[in-house]
Design a protein around this ligand. Structure first.
Ligand code: PGA
Length: 250
């Protein structure tokens, strides 16, 4: 039985003051119960990590960044290293489609970042997903396979245990258009078979695969009823404590 994971991806939203306000309200709501025993992770901006670390201490809620650079340190103006975020949090989102498509991150870069993050013992929320054009051109599986094979290149099974995969069809992110539970399950089951090929059956059975793309309190339950959907990576609907609580307690 895989423990569900509900991860908030706040993207470039919330000042540290706003982040703190959210967390205070969210914690108080959560004290009334986490009925699915979900692992909860909040992925915030770098600037909010220090104060959120303090506020989340002892709460059981995990904290994550949304990116790192792949080098350990050096002359990379503006970049943030794995070692730097590790001071404050234990997770990082990598390969998000907004970085792949709006910022031109190729599979090779995502792979380097993943290796660096895992070497620093960060847990990686590794995102994959096809664009609308790719889906309509019937190359969804090819795209996901490339993202996973290239992204996982050079990673051994032991390290890979610190990876949570997130399937996020690009056409469903921030659009209000969710994949149907059937479409999502089809992709998740494809991903699980593929990682059994890359590693083995045992690893594949243990790996949590999250769905992301317009997850809301209204659609989370049906998505979570699918056998290969182990949680959600939530953008818009994670911005409000009440809405994220309803998702956690689907
Ligand atoms: P959304 O974003 O829930 O707003 O669609 C999900 C994500 O980008 O991780």
């Amino acid at each position: 039985m895989r423990q569900p994971v509900m991860a908030a991806n706040w993207k470039m939203n919330k000042t540290s003051k706003e982040a703190l306000e959210f967390v205070k309200e969210f914690k108080s709501g959560l004290s009334k119960g986490n009925k699915n025993n979900a692992e909860i992770v909040i992925c915030a901006s770098f600037t909010s990590l220090p104060c959120l670390q303090l506020e989340l201490k002892g709460s059981g809620i995990g904290l994550g960044g949304q990116n790192i650079f792949y080098e350990k340190e050096g002359a990379y103006t503006g970049e943030v290293s794995a070692l730097m975020i590790k001071e404050f949090c234990e997770y990082v989102i990598l390969g998000h489609s907004e970085r792949r498509h709006a910022l031109g991150e190729k599979n090779e870069i995502v792979s380097k970042k993943t290796r660096t993050a895992l070497a620093e013992d960060l847990k990686v929320i590794f995102c994959v997903g096809e664009t609308l054009n790719e889906r309509e051109s019937n190359i969804t599986w090819k795209i996901i396979e490339e993202q996973l094979r290239k992204g996982f290149n050079g990673i051994d099974k032991e390290q890979a245990l610190n990876i949570i995969i997130a399937y996020e069809p690009v056409w469903a992110i921030g659009t209000g258009k969710t994949a149907t539970p059937k479409q999502a399950e089809e992709a998740h089951s494809f991903i699980r078979k593929l990682i059994a090929e890359i590693f083995d059956e045992d690893y594949s059975e243990k790996t949590r695969i999250l769905y992301g793309g317009s997850v809301k309190p209204e659609n989370v339950k049906e998505l979570m009823s699918q056998p290969n959907i182990d949680g959600a990576l939530v953008g818009g609907a994670s911005m409000n404590p009440e809405s994220f609580l309803r998702i956690v307690n689907y």
